[in-house]
Each structure stands twice: as C-alpha cells, then as structure tokens.
Write a protein that binds this ligand. Structure first.
Ligand code: CAA
Length: 405
C-alpha cells in the first residue's frame, strides 16, 4: 500500500501580537482568567494589509521550499473568512504561488474542520495520482465582538501542508471517524464581520463530537486503543481545552487518567497559547507545536488527531510520525517568527479592526505594515489586489492612497 502523508508543514503568523494581560486590564477582567483559565498569553493580530490569502500564501511559500511546483496538482484553501462568495480564495494562491495551469484550485468550508476535509481530499488526490503533490492551505482570523467572553481567544494565522506519496513528516492512516449534528454553537452570517458564539454550548458540542467521532473511528478501525497512541493532538480554540479534551477522551474510551497521561497536552498547545485561535489552521499549528516543541522522539509512533468544526462536525483520525521528521520541520524559524513579533496596544488592535476595504468600487492602496512576503495592497473596481514583496501582482496600476476610509 502507498504511504501518503505530510511532506511539508509550515505556518505563518502576522508580525503583531497583543498581550492578553493588556487586554484583561482594558476589559476589567482579572488577568488570571485569560492567562490561566483559558491558558492564553498573546493573541496574533493581523494588520490591515494581511488577510487569509496573504497569510496563506506566506505559509505555503515556506512549505514549498525545495518543491517542484510543476508537480502540484491541487491547491485547496480552507477558511471561515472567504473573501468572495463565488471565486475561490485558492485562485489567488494559485497565482501568487506561481502554480501550474494543470493544478486545480478550490475552497472548502465547514468551520474549523474544513482544514481536515481539505486534507482528506488531498489524500484521495495523491492516492489516485501518486507522482503529484497536493497543497492544503488553512487560514483564518478569529474575530469576536469587543468585550465579549470570546474576545480573548481570537488569533490570526495560516498553515500549509504539502501532501505527498513520499512524506517526510507523517504518514496518515486514511480512516476518519465522524460525528455530525446540526446545531447553533458558533456561526457567522454573511453580513457580519465577527462570529457569534454560544460559548459554553460550543464546548459541550466540541466534547460531544469528540466522543462521537472517537466511537466511529474505533468502530472503523476495529481493535484500536486510545492508550496505544503516543500523543493526542486536538483543535485548540484556546490552550486549556487540550487538557479537558484529553480527559474527556480517556473517559469515553474507558481508560484511567494514569494510563492515558502519556497522551500529553502541553506540547501541542505551546504555539497556540502565543497565537490564539486560527480556526481551520489551529489543529495543524498544534501538530507543528507537538512535533517541534515536544521533547520526546515520536518517530514511528502514532498520534491521535481530533478536528472540530462548529455547526457541527468532529473528525478523528491518526498519523504515524516518520523517521527523521525533525529535519523537514522549521522549529528554529518558527520560534524566531513568534519571538520577533511586535507588541501592540489595545487601542491599536481596536483601530485596525475598524478598518475596512471600501464597498463602492473605489480604488484604495493600503499602507505597508511590516515586511510580510505577501500582502493585500488594496482594491480597485471591486477587485482585491495582492503583492509579493515588491512585485505587484494585480491589478496592474493603482494610485497610492492611505487607507483611512
Ligand atoms: N483566575 C484563573 N482562572 C479563572 C479566573 C481567574 N481570575 N476567572 C475565571 N477563571 C477560569 C474559570 O474557572 C474557567 O475555567 P474552567 O473552565 O476550568 O472552570 C475559565 O477561566 C473560563 O472562565 P468562564 O468559563 O467563566 O469564561 P467565559 O464564560 O467568560 O468564557 C469561553 C469562556 C466560553 C470559552 C469563551 O472564551 C468563548 O466563548 N470562547 C469562544 C468559543 C470557543 O472557543 N469554544 C470552544 C469550542 S467551539 C470550537 O472549538 C470552534 C471554534 O474554534 C470557535
């Protein structure tokens, strides 16, 4: 049987972060609630010239280092922040990343599980076309209302996976346990910038879908035992949920906390507590965190993966870590990217959030914020335009205007 899995895994976060102790002070909340109750320290904040396309392109550009782009047969974007109701965001990625015309490009949606759905499709694609590669890009900006209980769990970023029949990082066992139930725990109507969430109900659904998808997985992969996994990695809307999810999983699997202690939780949350929720990308940022910050050599070991998307669908699957996997990761670069972020004030974060592209077709050119490889540079005639470093991508000519409207 062909081994198919993750050959490249990179994530990108914007160059700005808000300290949650500052947010707690501004909101009149004890900082212990954000830092210990939710387990979060800082929140990644996207400046006005970063969106899911530019962040996704930056993550993908890194994941594609050393890859022959002509071999990429599909690029899928999963996001909850689509920029167009019709045109797939993956079209922009296709152009920005200079992918071949023979590469299909589309977008998938099902809240935070969309990343896993895209991964599953990439596995099918590579299984049918083993000489080709698939690129999965997950990108989101988690946005809730100011002063809401969910505000402290916001974040922004993207993750990119290269899927190959010769994976250097992890082989994916193509069995996906699923739990689906239509509920209103978290949603975002098309006319809203911010998500609506019934917070405690959403946690209840997260746990119910964990139990349901594990039961389906155990049925499909008869004889599997949760304690045989080396680690458990889960969707991370905030870091403290990792402990709770592991405890719930052990309970439903009938395993004592002692026997399941090795499944861990902390190493998969190290990056997430500095970034916040990245919705579709969150589980894969957690995987990068586990593989890059964990102390144990996981080569040859299996990791249980839980993906949750509100609305809701849970998916449980597993991957087996490849020998020599650390050489294909970017632990040092990622630590540097997180450390070098600029701390911004609550006022700055609030001001950026208030900025919007015009909706009347006017031409606007956005200021530069930081030195990201890709950026949203403005819009003209209802078209968004992006640029790669100093090279303008589209449209051809834009008058320079500060973005103040
Ligand atoms: N010091 C230390 N801890 C404190 C504290 C203090 N001063 N004050 C409160 N805490 C603790 C609480 O005891 C609680 O911990 P436990 O859960 O272990 O009891 C924790 O801090 C949170 O406190 P509350 O439950 O009172 O917080 P809240 O009700 O104001 O909001 C939340 C919490 C519901 C998670 C809210 O942040 C939220 O709505 N988040 C967004 C929704 C979400 O992330 N849901 C997760 C599942 S859905 C999903 O995964 C999809 C997705 O990506 C959104």
């Amino acid at each position: 049987m062909t081994t198919i899995g993750i050959d490249g895994l990179r994530f990108y976060v914007p160059a700005y972060a808000l300290d949650l102790a500052d947010l707690a002070r501004a909101r009149g909340v004890p900082e212990g609630k954000f830092l210990h109750g939710l387990g979060q320290r800082t929140m990644a904040v996207a400046p006005p010239d970063q969106d899911v396309i530019s962040m996704g392109a930056s993550a993908a550009e890194q994941a594609l280092i050393g890859v022959d782009r002509d071999r990429i047969g599909m690029v899928v974007l999963s996001t909850e922040d689509g920029v167009d109701m019709s045109k797939a965001g993956a079209m922009y990625l296709h152009r920005l990343l200079e992918l071949p015309a023979s590469c299909q490009a589309y977008e998938v949606k099902q809240a935070c599980t969309a990343g896993t759905v895209a991964l599953q499709q990439a596995l099918f694609y590579v299984s049918a076309n083993p000489d080709r590669l698939a690129l999965v890009v997950m990108a989101d900006e988690a946005r809730y209302a100011f002063h809401s209980p969910a505000e402290a769990t916001q974040g922004a970023g993207a993750c990119a996976l290269v899927i190959s029949a010769r994976p250097r990082i992890a082989e994916i066992t193509p069995v996906f346990g699923v739990y689906t139930e239509e509920v209103a725990d978290f949603w975002r109507p098309v006319y809203r910038e911010e998500a609506l969430v019934d917070g405690h109900f959403s946690i209840e659904m997260y746990m119910r879908a964990l139990a349901g998808s594990w039961a389906d997985y155990a049925f499909l992969r008869g004889g599997v035992k949760i304690e045989d996994f080396a680690r458990f990695c889960c969707h991370l809307p905030f870091a403290r949920i990792a402990d709770k999810a592991r405890a719930r999983l052990l309970k439903v699997a009938g395993v004592t906390p002692d026997k399941g202690r090795h499944l861990g939780a902390d190493d998969c949350a190290s990056y997430g507590r500095e970034i916040g929720n990245t919705y579709t990308a969150s589980l894969y940022v957690a995987l990068a965190s586990l593989l890059e910050t964990g102390q144990e050599d996981l080569a040859g070991r299996e990791v249980g993966m839980y993906s949750y998307g509100s609305g809701c669908m849970g998916m449980f699957f597993a991957l087996r870590v490849m020998p020599g996997y650390t050489a294909a990761l970017a632990a040092k670069e990622n630590a540097k990217m997180l450390q070098q972020r600029q701390r911004i004030s609550v006022a700055q974060y609030e001001e950026w959030r208030g900025q919007r592209l015009p909706e009347d077709g006017r031409t606007v050119r956005l200021d530069h914020f930081g030195s990201a490889r890709f950026r949203l540079c403005g819009c003209a005639g209802h078209r968004r335009c992006y640029e790669r470093s100093k090279t303008k991508i589209t449209p051809a000519v834009l008058p320079v205007m500060n973005h103040t409207s």
